[in-house]
Design a protein around this ligand. Structure first.
Ligand code: URA
Length: 434
């Protein structure tokens, strides 16, 4: 069928055939299908959706638009984790060395922060010398020899997604579950994984604000993975407040290292352990989550998880002494405290507002070409459920540019909701799907 007929068929709710979808996406990647026809198709998909077979064909066409890495020279079941993005989400920084220390090879292609959410690559780059743009040959070698490697997206992996995402961004078709799922899965499946753990964030700071939408997204990604013969497990995790106590690149690296030393906040530790345990089970390194947790605790206790992080940092050009001595990481010149103004309990922290305030401070990117300041960010001194009294520290702001301080302090203070009642605790892992 010609592109026009395919667009019309989707617009009218008809089912598209796999070979037609493959030809349409291939044509778009190579330039024979123009942006205006793909835009019309995206909008038709937005309104009419894709059924399982169409979705599988769509994701497969995106995956095979570029190179699909073969890591079969690395023994073992290679498992990655993908998060749909949140605020204070530094899970990958501790999960990758933890899983690798327990014998799971972790090939991880990560993203940069944009808007209110942070990105793993920016966090890693706050470690002096750390390189995220290694060639694929080096990525392959490090997964095999170190057990983990974290790099950025390359031009050869799922190029259809790069083009499509940019188009979706300007045609109001980003927030469409089949398009999100195929975008994420095409990139993840191109990395050379055997299995994948998904962390689908739910709440005010996440892409998916409602549990039902997060569940649908998780099911859609699991179905694409299954279609490609990969094992996929998804956890829906809470993003009604930032994860852990730090937001900002170097500050989050510090918290991640503290997690590997057993000293991190309970929420961040729990989400990391839950996701890493799933990886160990998928890799056949533990028979169930309980056994996996024993292995993870042992790797924290005997220092092997932190040692693995040192190895990984060194292998990627970074300075491991900045992990051993965290004062060597970038530090902001100044700190200022936002004080509590009323007594009561913290009932909520608007993660998106905290993320946007961090971005305004310089910790995040407003545009893809913005330059970030690795040292700035927040330490959240109070989290949901904590009792507060006037004058106590609510947030410590780490800043370099005094001109930004007052506005940022006001924004972060406004992100807190304080009331008379202590809120009921919320579960961190809301659901598990496979
Ligand atoms: N992240 C992606 O990689 N793709 C999307 O479509 C949305 C979020």
């Amino acid at each position: 069928m010609r592109p026009y007929e395919l667009i019309k068929a989707k617009r009218d709710g008809q089912k598209l055939q796999g070979p037609d979808i493959a030809a349409f996406i291939d044509g778009y990647t190579k330039g024979s299908v123009p942006d205006y026809q793909m835009s019309a198709m995206l909008m038709a998909v937005f309104f009419k959706g894709l059924d399982d077979a169409e979705l599988g064909a769509w994701a497969k066409a995106m995956l095979f638009s570029g190179e699909v890495l073969d890591l079969s020279d690395t023994p073992g079941v290679k498992v990655d984790k993908h998060s749909t993005g949140g605020v204070g989400d530094k899970v990958s920084l501790s999960l990758a060395p933890l899983a690798a220390a327990c014998g799971v090879p972790v090939p991880m292609i990560s993203g940069r922060g944009l808007g209110h959410t942070g990105g793993t690559l920016d966090k890693l780059e706050s470690i002096p010398g750390f390189k995220v743009d290694l060639p694929v040959s080096e990525y392959r070698r490090l997964v095999r020899e170190v057990g983990a490697c974290l790099i950025g997206q390359t031009a050869t992996l799922a190029p259809a997604d790069k083009k499509l995402y940019a188009l979706r961004d300007v045609t109001a078709t980003v927030d469409c579950i089949p398009l999100i799922a195929s975008s994420i899965m095409s990139k993840k499946l191109a990395e050379g994984i055997d299995a994948l753990v998904l962390d689908v964030k739910v709440g005010s700071g996440a892409f998916m604000k409602e549990v039902e939408d997060a569940r649908t997204l998780a099911r859609t990604m699991i179905s694409i993975g299954r279609e490609m013969g990969k094992k996929v497990v998804a956890l829906l995790t809470d993003m009604e407040q930032p994860l852990g106590r730090t937001v900002g690149n170097a500050l989050e690296v510090i918290e991640a290292v503290e997690m590997l030393r057993g000293n991190a906040p309970a929420d961040y530790t729990e989400v990391t352990l839950a996701l890493t345990a799933e990886m160990l089970v998928l890799a056949g390194r533990a028979k169930d989550a309980k056994e996996a947790r024993h292995a993870l605790f042992a790797a924290i206790k005997d220092g092997s998880a932190e040692k693995k992080l040192h190895e990984l940092v060194k292998a990627q050009g970074g300075d491991p002494s900045a992990i051993a001595d965290l004062t060597k990481l970038p530090r902001a010149k100044h700190t200022a405290v936002v004080a509590v103004s009323t007594s009561g309990f913290v009932q909520g922290i608007d993660s998106e507002a905290v993320g946007l305030a961090a971005m305004a401070l310089g910790a995040g990117r407003e545009r893809t070409d913005s330059v970030i300041d690795p040292a700035v960010g927040f330490v959240l001194e109070k989290k949901v459920g904590d009792a507060v009294a006037p004058g106590e520290p609510l947030v410590t702001v780490h800043y370099n540019d005094a001109a930004k301080l007052d506005a940022v302090k006001a924004r972060v203070a406004a992100a807190y909701r304080i009331g008379a009642e202590r809120p009921a605790p919320r579960p961190l892992v809301l659901e598990r799907l496979e």
